[in-house]
Write a protein that binds this ligand. Structure first.
Ligand code: PEP
Length: 249
């Protein structure tokens, strides 16, 4: 069993002051709680302030994406070195909004992941099927395809700095949560596939998609779930604290 991990993805919300304020409140309720890990992913511009606001709490701060080159003509992108200079210790990679709104391919995501791992930046690699793919019974096929670059990276780097997030696209920000059975099947498949191919301990496996205080307990109770990646319910203390409480028991 892995130590539970709760990750907040603030997406393109909260400026510098609002992020710092929220991080400070969250940190005051976390206080180096050793029963679970807590990570926050604010906007790039708020990373430094969020780190300061949660200093000494044990909370890790990271980014929502990272580029694969050291530097150069990549307008709008950010490098591992710049993130590490800010103090970031992880990055999301392949969030469904990156895959579907910005058309980031598996190949591109593999490059992002490899560069991060090469430079000791932990990654949370997100995978998940669309509603159409699920309706066409292609969920497992899609997960297998999306996992493939990650499996090569686990073979090369081991799973030490890797977290996987299963996030069905149709459940993100929609209020529709995957059923316990859907989660069990998807997570069971991912764990088996990774351990069969790599012989490695499977990385922590998070569920993401409309997680709230109402559904989280049943999800985290599953043996195959190590925590959650949370969007909407991480944007206020009122909604996020109950998730922290569920993790801390
Ligand atoms: C996410 O952003 O990864 C996410 C799961 O969002 P939400 O919790 O709002 O569905």
């Amino acid at each position: 069993m892995h130590k539970p991990l709760l990750v907040a993805n603030w997406k393109m919300n909260l400026g510098i002051s609002a992020s710092a304020l929220l991080a400070k409140e969250i940190a005051s309720h976390y206080k180096n709680n050793s029963s679970y890990d807590l990570w926050l992913a604010p906007s790039y511009t708020a990373i430094e302030a969020t780190i300061k606001a949660s200093a000494s709490s044990g909370i890790k701060i990271g980014a929502q994406n990272v580029h694969w080159e050291k530097s150069g003509a990549f307008t709008g992108e950010i490098s591992v070195a710049i993130l590490q200079e800010l103090g970031a210790s992880f990055s999301l990679i392949g969030h469904s909004e990156r895959r579907h709104i910005f058309y980031e391919s598996d190949e591109m995501l593999a490059k992002r992941a490899e560069c991060a791992l090469n430079n000791n930046l932990t990654i949370i690699y997100c995978i998940g099927e669309t509603l159409q793919e699920r309706t066409e019974n292609k969920t497992i096929q899609v997960l297998e395809q999306q996992l493939s670059p990650l499996i090569n990276l686990i073979k090369k780097f081991t799973s030490k700095n890797i977290v996987i997030a299963y996030e069905p696209v149709w459940a993100i920000g929609t209020g529709k949560v995957a059923t316990i059975e859907d989660i069990q099947i998807a997570h069971g498949f991912i764990s088996k596939k990774v351990s069969d191919c790599t012989g490695e301990i499977v990385p922590r496996l998070l569920y993401g998609g409309s997680v709230t205080a109402e559904n989280f307990q049943d999800i985290i109770n599953l043996d195959v779930v190590d925590g959650a990646l949370v969007g909407g319910a991480s944007l206020s203390v009122e909604k996020f604290l109950p998730l922290m409480r569920i993790c801390s028991v």
